[in-house]
Every structure is written in C-alpha cells, then in structure tokens.
Design a protein around this ligand. Sequence first.
Ligand code: ADP
Length: 183
Amino acid sequence: MPPAESPLRIELALGDITKERVDAIVNAANSGLRGGGGVDGAIHRAGGPEIMEECRRIGHCDPGDAVITGAGRLPARFVIHAVGPVWEGGRDDEELLLASCHERALELAREHGCRTVAFPAISTGAYGYPPELAARVALRATIEALERLPMIEKVRFVFVDENLLEIYGRALAHLKESAERSV
Ligand code: ADP
C-alpha cells in the first residue's frame, strides 16, 4: 500500500521503524532509558550497544520529555528517546505528557538539523494508552509542532500493526477535516 500522503507533512506507513531511512527515528523509551521490550528492544537490538552506552551516560528522561543519541548501526542518523505516559485511565495528565513528548522529540530533531523523522505509536503497547485516543493526541501535537518547525519536511508514523495504521489514518482524516473547516 502506498504511504498515506498528507499536505500536513505527515505520512503513515506499515513497517519496522528500525529500517526507516530518515534523519531521526523516535524510540518509545522508559524513564530509566534502560531499553526493554516492544519498539525499544527492537531499536537497541538492531542499532547495537553504542545507543545503550549513550543512554546510560544520559541516565534519565522524565515522562513527556525526550533525549537524543546517535543511531549506531541503524540507517537513521539519530535516535530520539521519547518517554510517553503509562495509561492510568486518563486521570494522570496522560494527554499532556503524550503531546509534550512528541513536541520535545520534534524540537530536538530541529536542533540537530533533521528534516525527516519517524515515530512509532508511543504508549500504545506496554504502556496501555488506548490507540484511538493516543492517535488523536499524537497527531494533533505533531501538526501543531510542525507549524512552528517549518524546517522539518516530513514526519512518518510507522506501525507494525495494520489495525493501528487504520486507527491513526482515521484520526488524521478527522484532524484534516477540522483544519479545512476552520480555514
Ligand atoms: P510503550 O511502552 O510506549 O507502550 P511499546 O514499545 O510497548 O511502547 O509499544 C509502542 C508501539 O510500538 C506499539 O504499538 C507496538 O506495536 C509498536 N512497535 C513495536 N515494535 C515496533 C517496530 N519495530 N517498529 C514500529 N513500531 C513498533
């Protein structure tokens, strides 16, 4: 299936984020930057030990924030480790934290001269964020950040799961409709 093109500079695609040929891929990291399962494990396995060495030196990242390292053996130049919230039923500022880790990731990308960035569906795996809600928050935060960061040309959201691709696709279509209505 061809990637879903968007005038918002956002693309959605199926695939393994570790294979993305972009300037920076974003990792769904934990606060201790210790690696783990899911996309985090896949990135450290494919990228090799250099990424973890840098993560150890950095040591910590708060939920809602992000840090940047090299990308080891990956085709990308950088890995941006963004820490999303654990879903607690929506009572614990999850929406704010999910939005802010996308913003921080894109700001770091800009600071490092990146024009293309790929995100996974942060918090929708082990952290349990309902994907319909995560999709809206992640995409809206990305659209808003891109308005402030014109040097970032393309953001790809990359999913291993077809169901997630559909959910994010529907959310993106809704956001585009409401953006068009407000023009
Ligand atoms: P979190 O702890 O933030 O929920 P997970 O890694 O458990 O992070 O899951 C985040 C999302 O990443 C999940 O939707 C999962 O399907 C997806 N994922 C897992 N491996 C990959 C990969 N190699 N490329 C892209 N997405 C992936």
